[in-house]
Design a protein around this ligand. Structure first.
Ligand SMILES: C[S@@+](CC[C@H](N)C(=O)[O-])C[C@H]1O[C@@H](n2cnc3c(N)ncnc32)[C@H](O)[C@@H]1O
Length: 425
């Protein structure tokens, strides 16, 4: 190791930790490199760099001159060390800063539990191989381990429970296992609003049954092994019968697949998640639920409209404009009871809905339609209830929309500028 600065000290420490015998040389002299296997030159001195390079080349020693990619025969990647798991990151010398920024991110993603987890999977692998378990059955075990609660147990320091669960999975090698269904909320559109749990389920899924509204960017998170099935319903478009969807999920789970049912927003908010869960449980299928960010909350927020605000509104209600009449004048009662009213699927009956609400809260009550919330197509139309339907006639909205009614619509000056920016987009 040539050089004495912090970088040199850091690299020396890393090399020693990896088992290398490190010789530190404050300066370079002809012949200094004799006997070395690797040379790392962190002197930053151009003349020294040149001489080190020439001697290393002559003696056939691998050399790395800091910040001189043309004088490097090997790279020093940034390393995420979760022994026995090692992840090396290199930007091919383009940006050591980015390499270490990426390492910091990956370190947060790959928690300390990954070390003992990989070690356990390794031990199981050796055992399965020794028993002559066929490769396909081994792979099924590794997949189940990855999807199991073993990592979480290790993260929480519950070693013996982790060992117990891992051993049970290993013991099941070669026996067909039932799959399960995860009802997963995909959020309102922006992939950034997907939860970490939703991402995990997508990474691991064998089959993803998804709504039409789920964006391509979100679907792209599904692993290469995943089959994507569009079972979406859009106004006027193709739709798959609910019973057919339920049946397809039941069959996929019974075939041992890890099934994801991916729904826009939250699966239990006007998404038929409840009905699907009931059908799955009825069929004896294991179901897990991963809540999502509902458009009912995300659309107003993305338009800069707070649902509650001290002195303005302290309650809100969420309903759909469609089913409003099933049990009498529910909409009117909700509009009376809650300071802020949020209606999903409001466009088809907008004029009639606005008129009904206006009879209770007045024609001047502020209202806003937020469509395509959190996507590039986000648009916001604001008008008092009495003028809303005409405003939408003038600039029709594409895509799904949420109606917000209440004083909160005009509560923030920033809301107006956000809305204008979105409408211009
Ligand atoms: C069948 S419901 C499903 C709601 C979903 N489960 C949720 O929690 O957002 C579909 C309605 O959600 C609303 N919606 C979904 N995504 C939206 C978005 N990005 N912007 C505005 N509204 C949205 C619209 O009212 C749409 O008609």
């Amino acid at each position: 190791m040539l050089g004495t600065d912090e970088l040199a000290r850091e690299k020396s420490a890393g090399l020693r930790a990896a088992g290398a015998a490190v010789r530190e040389l404050p300066t370079f002299e002809e012949g200094s490199l004799a006997g070395a296997r690797l040379v790392f030159d962190a002197t930053g001195d151009e003349e020294v760099n040149r001489r080190v390079w020439e001697e290393a080349e002559r003696l056939d020693i691998l050399v790395n001159v800091v910040d001189r990619p043309e004088r490097c025969r090997f790279i020093m990647p940034a390393v995420v060390n979760r022994e026995p798991l090692l992840v090396a990151i290199s930007t091919s010398g383009e940006s050591p800063f980015l390499a270490s920024a990426l390492r910091a991110r990956l370190e947060r993603m790959l928690g300390a539990e990954w070390g003992p987890f990989v070690a356990r999977v390794g031990a199981i692998r050796r055992a399965l191989r020794a028993e002559g378990v066929p490769l396909a059955a081994q792979t099924a075990v590794y997949r189940r381990l990855l999807r199991s609660g073993v990592r979480l147990l290790l993260r929480e320091g519950r070693q013996s429970e982790a060992d117990y669960e891992a051993a049970a999975i290993a013991a099941s090698a070669g026996r067909p296992q039932p799959g399960r269904v995860a009802l997963v909320g995909a959020g309102p559109g922006d992939p950034d609003l997907l939860t970490l749990g939703a991402q995990e389920r997508l990474f691991d899924a064998d089959v993803v049954f998804h709504d039409a509204l789920v964006s391509a960017a979100v679907l792209a998170l599904a692993g290469p092994q995943a089959e994507l099935v569009d079972v979406g319903k859009r106004a006027g478009g193709r739709s798959t019968e609910q019973t057919a969807i339920n049946q397809a999920m039941i069959e996929a789970a019974r075939a041992g697949h890890e099934v994801v049912r991916l729904k826009g927003g939250d699966p239990f908010v006007f998404g038929r998640g409840g009905e699907e869960m009931a059908a799955l449980l009825d069929a004896g299928i294991e179901v897990i639920v991963v809540p999502g960010v509902s458009s009912a909350l995300a659309a107003p927020a993305a338009a800069g409209i707070p649902l509650t605000m001290r002195g303005v509104a302290s309650s809100f209600a969420v309903a759909t404009a469609h089913a409003a009449d099933e049990e009498g004048p529910r909409l009117e009662r909700l509009a009376e009871a809650a300071d802020t009213l949020i209606l999903l699927m409001p466009l088809a009956t907008l004029r009639e809905t606005a008129a009904r609400l206006a009879r209770v809260v007045g024609l001047q009550r502020p209202a806003a339609l937020v469509s395509g919330a959190t996507t590039r197509q986000q648009a916001v139309i604001r008008a008092p209830l009495g003028g809303l339907a005409n405003a939408v006639l003038k600039s029709p909205l594409e895509g799904p929309a949420v109606l917000v009614v209440g004083e909160v619509v005009d509560a923030l000056p920033v809301a107006a500028s956000l809305a204008a920016a979105a409408a211009d987009a």
